[in-house]
Design a protein around this ligand. Structure first.
Ligand code: MTE
Ligand code: MO
Length: 258
């Protein structure tokens, strides 16, 4: 007679043990995968020293990825909401005076466009005023938590680029702006700089800019938070590397987009 191979059914205890072993194996697999991801993120390429020195590498990586996605999704067509003139605040808030405290002679001022070492273009306020004027009434937002609808006027940055034949330089990735005393500085990705609402601004509420709001020239860039709207522009550069940025050095997101 043939011996029949019959499997003895597992007892309740054996069943429970088997399940526990399987669950534990699954748990270990996931724990190991999580560990691999973490070490990969943590040992990933470090940021350039001095630019975002205060942010921890993995967090910074996430922010950079964020920036990549935003700039890829970025479209020149995406306009920030424009309001009618009467919605603009008459008493416009003043915030931030870095780079505005040094002695300054507005009458002698010219915008310096540094094309390459030893080749600087100087542009006076009168010359800027002769270019077509663009106005923007939008909700200005500060990362400190306040916002206010305000009205600004000046030359669209993209018009400025065309007028002075700077298209070649505008192929680079960033512009960098610095106050005349170099105490405040920002870097802006080129897509945002060339956005149709970005202006080199010389007017507020249809009048000359007040000194504490950036006379003779400031940046107005509605697609970004207030930190990027540098007041009193001294010089402008075009660069493939990220220009230094005051608040990014303190750990804020370099992109600071809305
Ligand atoms: N030169 C210079 N520009 C600056 C700042 C600054 O401290 N110095 N502060 C920024 C910040 S944080 C904000 S919110 C806006 C405020 O612009 P406002 O003073 O016209 O409201 O300016 C930005 N531009
Ligand atoms: Mo701000």
């Amino acid at each position: 007679m043939k011996k029949q191979k019959t499997k003895k059914p597992l007892s309740i205890e054996q069943k429970i043990t088997k399940r526990t072993v399987i669950s534990f194996a699954i748990f270990l697999t996931f724990a190991f995968l999580a560990y691999l991801c973490w070490t990969k993120l943590y040992n990933s390429e470090k940021e350039e020293p001095g630019i975002t020195a205060n942010a921890k590498a993995p967090l910074r990586k996430a922010l950079n990825l964020n920036e990549k996605i935003f700039s890829q999704a970025y479209s020149q067509q995406r306009l920030v909401k424009n309001y009618s003139k009467d919605k603009a605040a008459k008493k416009v808030r003043v915030n931030g005076s870095l780079g505005l405290e040094s002695e300054f002679d507005g009458k002698k001022w010219k915008l310096q466009v540094i094309k390459k070492p030893g080749d600087t273009l100087f542009v006076s306020l009168d010359e800027l005023k002769r270019l077509p004027k663009t106005e923007a009434v939008f909700e200005f937002r500060c990362i400190e938590g306040w916002s206010q609808i305000s009205m600004w006027g000046g030359v669209r940055f993209s018009d400025f680029v065309k007028h002075y034949h700077l298209e070649g330089l505008a192929q680079r990735n960033y512009i960098g702006l610095v106050t005349p005393d170099q105490k405040y500085y920002v870097g802006i990705d080129m897509a945002s700089a060339l956005h149709p609402q970005t202006i080199l601004c010389y007017e507020m509420n249809e009048m000359e800019l007040p000194l504490n709001q950036g006379y003779p020239l400031r940046l107005i860039i509605p697609v970004k938070y207030g930190i990027k709207h540098l007041k009193r522009i001294g010089s402008l550069i075009f660069s493939n590397e990220r220009p230094r940025d005051y608040w990014a050095q303190k750990g804020y997101d370099y992109y600071a987009g809305l």
